[in-house]
Write a protein that binds this ligand. Structure first.
Ligand SMILES: [Zn+2]
Length: 733
C-alpha cells in the first residue's frame, strides 16, 4: 500500500501525472470488472499519490514564483550570516531553497531573517544578490543546540572535525571535495550523510550504556528513545533519521508489549512520513534508507531460509552480515546510478570493510560530542576515535584506487524502471517463500536491461569539440547520450555569424538536442552566434554571468532566449548541473566580485567539466585578476587534465601560478589564423609546454581546425587535423 502511494507521488513529482492517472484508471476499471478489490485499491492509491504530488509541485512552483517577485524574502538561514558570505537558507513560506549573497547584516545559524536584494532564479533555488539581512527572529532553541554541538565537535575532534560534523549533525560543508569524491567512487557516500544506520548505532550504544548503569531494560529502552528523539530534532529532522527513530520507537513499544511484529510492518510504519509530507518521497536519503533497510530485512530472511543452523554462531552472523550488505548495495545501485550517473563495483567489498569501523566510531563520536563540556574525557574519546575515522578514510581511499572501482552509466527512464523492477523482484525473491515467481521477474527485467545498450559503443564517450570559428570561442560538449552543452557561440559580422555559418550545421550533422547554452562573457567573439543558436536549437537553459551591458549581440541573444522560451539563469560559484552523467560545475564569477568590475573578460564564467576521473577546465576570457580570485577561492579544485586556455592565449592570462595549480596535460587554444591581436602569445605557449608546470600538449584551432577530445572517464582520445591519437597518461607524481 505504502509503496503504491509513494510510487504515485514519485510519478507526480516527475511530471507524469496525466499518464499515471490514466493507467491507474484503466487498471481500476479492469479490476472492477474482474472483482479484484486489492488491485483496485492499489491503483486508486497510485492515482491519489500522483495527484497529491502534482498539487504539491504546483503549490511549490507558485510559491517560488511569488517569492521571486517579492522585494524582501523571509528565510531561515542554515549557516551564520556575515557580509561577503554565500549562505544557504530555506524560504519560510514554502519548501524552496534560497541562497543569500550577503552584502550587509549578520545573523546566527538557524535564525529567521528578512533578506532584501535582487532575487533571481537559479539552478539550485532562489538567489538573493546584494542581500541586506535583518534578523526577524533569533535562532530557535534546537538550532542553538546544534550550533553549540558543532562548536563542541570542533574543539574536541580538531582534524577529524569535518568528518565528525558530517556523521553527527549532518553538516557536510567542511568536507573537502576530494573526500566526497573518494567516498562516492568507493560506494560509501551514504556513510557521509546521516542515515538510519547512524541513528540506530547510537540507539544501540545508549541502550547498552543505560543497561550497564543498572537501569531496567524497560527504562533503558525508553530513556534512549527519548535521547534519540531529541537528537533527531536537533539535527533538523532529516527523513532517514526520522524513519529510523520511528522504527526504533515501534520496535521498542512492540517489544515492551511483547507482541512480536513482522519487520516489514515496522518498516512500513517507519516509512509513513510521505503521507504527512509528500515532498519527503522525492528525498534521496529517504529512498536510499527505505531500500537499505528493506534489503537488510530481506537478507536476514534469506539467511534464515538457507538453514545455516549447522554453522557455528559467529560464522552464521558473518554470513548474515555479508549477505545483508551485498543485497543492500545491489538494491540501492539503480538509485545511485540514476542520481549520480555512477555504479560502484567495489561497493559490496568496501561496505563490508567500512561497516565495523563505522559501527564502532559512531557511538564513540556521539559520546565525544555529548561529553564535550568534560574536556579531558572528551579528548580521550576523540583520541580513541581517530584511528577508526582514519581507517574509514583509508578504506575509501584504497577502494577508490582499485581499477574499475566505479563505472559511469547514463541510464534512461526506461533503464531506471527496469532496474527498479529487477531490484524489487530480487528483494521479494530473498524474503518470500514463493521465490520462483519473483526470481523469474528479476531475470526477465535483467535480461531486458542487458539487451538495452547501457554503456557499450562509441556513444558511451563524452566528447569536447573545440569548434574552429576563427577568432573566438565555440566549445561543444557532447554527453554519452549524444546531447550537447554549448559554451560560447563564436563571432558575428555584418550579415552573418558563426552560429548560422558553422555551429548549427556542425551540431545538426552529428544529431542530438542542445540541452544548455553557457555564455562565458558578452563579448562579440563569444556571443556573436548566440541568438542564431538559441533560435534554431532552443536549449532548455541559457546560463551566463549576468554581467550588465555588453555587445548588441548579447542583447540580441537575450531577446532570442525570451522568444524561444529558453530559461535564463545566472552562473554561481559551486552551482553544479549533471547532464547524462557529466558534471558541470561553475567556479566563477562570484557576484560580489563581478559587481566591482568594468571589464566583462574578468567576469568570465569559469567551468569545470568532470567525466569520471577526467577534468576539463573552461575559462572563457578570464585574465590574471580573475585567475588570482580562482587561486584564492577555488585553489584546490583547479587541477584539470584539459585546459581551454583563457583569452585565446593572450599574455594577460595564464599566469605561472594559475598554470601551476591547473597542471594540464592538454592545452587547447581557440584562436583565429592571422588575427590582429597577436594571440596566442609566445610566452604563454612556452609556459604551457614548460615541464615545470607539467608540460602540456598544446593544440591550436588556427593550425589544426576543429579539435575533438573524447574520454571514457579514464583515458583521453584526440582527433584533430585528420589524425587520431591517445593523450599520454600523466607521469606518476
Ligand atoms: Zn574572446
Amino acid at each position: 500500500m505504502l509503496i503504491a502511494y509513494v510510487a504515485g507521488l514519485l510519478a507526480g513529482f516527475g511530471g507524469a501525472v496525466g499518464i499515471t492517472v490514466t493507467c491507474a484508471a484503466i487498471v481500476l476499471a479492469v479490476a472492477a470488472t474482474m472483482r479484484r478489490a486489492a488491485w483496485a485499491a492499489l491503483a486508486a492509491l497510485v492515482a491519489a499519490g500522483a495527484v497529491t504530488a502534482d498539487a504539491a509541485r504546483h503549490a511549490e512552483e507558485s510559491c517560488a514564483a511569488a517569492a521571486l517577485r517579492s522585494e524582501t524574502l523571509t528565510v531561515v538561514v542554515d549557516a551564520p550570516v556575515a557580509p561577503g558570505a554565500y549562505v544557504r537558507a530555506r524560504v519560510a513560506s514554502c519548501p524552496v531553497t534560497a541562497w543569500l549573497a550577503v552584502e550587509r547584516g549578520t545573523a546566527p545559524a538557524g535564525a529567521t531573517v528578512n533578506a532584501a536584494g535582487q532575487t533571481i532564479a537559479s539552478t539550485r533555488g532562489i538567489v538573493v544578490q546584494h542581500a541586506r539581512v535583518s534578523v526577524r527572529r533569533g535562532a530557535g532553541l534546537l538550532s542553538r543546540w546544534r550550533t553549540a554541538a558543532g562548536a563542541g565537535i570542533d574543539s574536541v575532534f580538531h582534524g577529524d572535525a569535518p568528518l565528525a560534523r558530517a556523521l553527527l549533525i549532518a553538516d557536510t560543508r567542511g568536507l573537502s571535495p576530494d573526500v566526497r569524491d573518494r567516498f562516492a567512487v568507493a560506494g560509501l557516500a551514504h556513510i557521509l550523510s546521516i542515515s538510519g544506520v547512524h541513528v540506530g548505532l547510537i540507539a544501540v550504544a545508549l541502550d547498552l550504556l543505560f543497561t550497564l548503569l543498572g537501569a531496567s531494560r524497560r527504562v533503558a529502552a525508553l530513556v534512549s528513545l527519548g535521547v534519540i528523539a531529541f537528537y533527531v530534532a536537533m539535527i533538523g529532522f532529516p527523513p532517514p533519521a526520522v524513519r529510523a527513530a520511528v522504527m526504533l520507537g515501534v520496535g521498542i513499544v512492540t517489544r515492551l508489549a511483547q507482541r512480536p511484529t513482522s519487520p516489514w510492518a515496522v518498516l512500513a510504519v517507519g516509512g509513513v512520513e510521505p503521507v504527512f509530507d509528500s515532498s519527503v518521497a522525492a528525498d534521496l536519503g529517504y529512498q536510499l534508507s527505505m531500500i537499505g533497510v528493506g534489503a537488510l530485512i530481506a537478507g536476514a530472511a534469506l539467511v534464515d531460509r538457507l538453514a545455516l543452523n549447522r554453522l557455528p554462531r559467529w560464522t552464521r552472523s558473518i554470513v548474515a552480515a555479508v549477505v545483508g550488505t551485498t543485497i543492500a548495495t545491489i538494491a540501492s545501485a539503480p538509485l545511485v546510478a540514476w542520481y549520480f550517473g555512477r555504479v560502484s563495483l567495489i561497493a559490496p567489498a568496501s561496505n563490508l570493510a567500512a561497516g565495523p569501523l563505522i559501527a564502532l566510531a559512531q557511538p564513540m563520536l556521539f559520546c565525544g560530542m555529548v561529553l564535550a563540556p568534560l574536556r579531558p574525557l572528551a579528548l580521550l574519546i576523540a583520541d580513541a576515535t581517530h584511528p577508526l575515522l582514519a581507517g574509514l578514510d583509508r578504506v575509501a581511499l584504497w577502494s577508490a584506487a582499485v581499477p574499475y572501482a566505479a563505472i559511469q552509466v547514463a541510464p534512461t527512464r526506461l533503464d531506471g524502471v527496469l532496474a527498479a523492477i529487477a531490484c524489487g523482484a530480487v528483494l521479494v525473491a530473498c524474503a518470500s517463500r514463493e521465490w520462483p515467481r519473483a526470481a523469474l521477474v528479476a531475470i526477465a527485467a535483467v535480461a531486458a536491461l542487458a539487451w538495452r545498450p547501457l554503456a557499450p559503443g562509441p556513444s558511451s564517450l563524452a566528447e569536447l569539440h573545440v569548434i574552429d570559428v576563427g577568432q573566438g570561442d565555440a566549445i561543444a560538449l557532447r554527453t554519452p547520450h549524444g546531447r550537447w552543452v554549448l559554451f560560447d557561440a563564436g563571432r558575428a559580422w555584418a550579415g552573418g555569424d558563426a552560429g548560422r555559418s558553422t555551429i548549427i550545421p556542425y551540431l545538426h550533422r552529428r544529431g542530438g538536442a542542445l540541452a544548455m547554452f553557457v555564455l562565458s562573457h558578452p563579448h562579440t567573439d563569444h556571443v556573436g552566434g548566440a541568438a542564431s543558436v538559441l533560435r534554431a536549437l532552443q536549449p532548455a537553459r541559457y546560463v551566463d554571468a549576468g554581467f550588465p551591458g555588453g555587445a548588441s549581440a548579447y542583447r540580441a541573444s537575450l531577446v532570442a532566449a525570451r522568444d524561444a522560451r529558453v530559461r535564463w539563469t545566472r552562473a554561481h560559484p559551486n552551482d553544479s548541473v549533471v547532464v547524462d552523467g557529466v558534471t558541470i560545475t561553475f567556479l566563477a564569477p562570484d557576484s560580489a566580485w563581478t559587481a566591482s568590475l568594468a571589464d566583462p573578460n574578468l567576469a568570465s564564467v569559469v567551468t569545470l567539466v568532470r567525466v569520471g576521473d577526467v577534468r576539463f577546465l573552461l575559462t572563457g576570457d578570464a585574465e590574471g585578476p580573475e585567475e588570482d580570485w580562482l587561486l584564492a577561492n577555488e585553489g584546490d579544485r583547479l587541477r584539470a587534465d584539459v585546459l581551454k586556455v583563457a583569452h585565446h592565449g593572450s599574455r594577460t592570462s595564464s599566469t605561472a601560478a594559475f598554470l601551476a595549480a591547473v597542471r594540464p596535460r592538454l592545452a587547447l587554444v581557440s584562436v583565429g589564423a592571422g588575427n590582429t591581436y597577436g594571440h596566442p602569445s609566445t610566452s604563454v605557449l612556452a609556459a604551457l609546454g614548460n615541464a615545470a608546470t607539467g608540460g602540456a600538449q598544446v593544440l591550436r584551432t588556427d593550425q589544426l581546425g576543429t579539435i575533438v577530445a573524447r574520454t571514457d572517464g579514464q583515458r583521453i582520445f584526440l582527433e584533430a587535423g585528420g589524425e587520431k591519437w591517445e593523450l599520454p597518461r600523466s607521469p606518476a607524481p
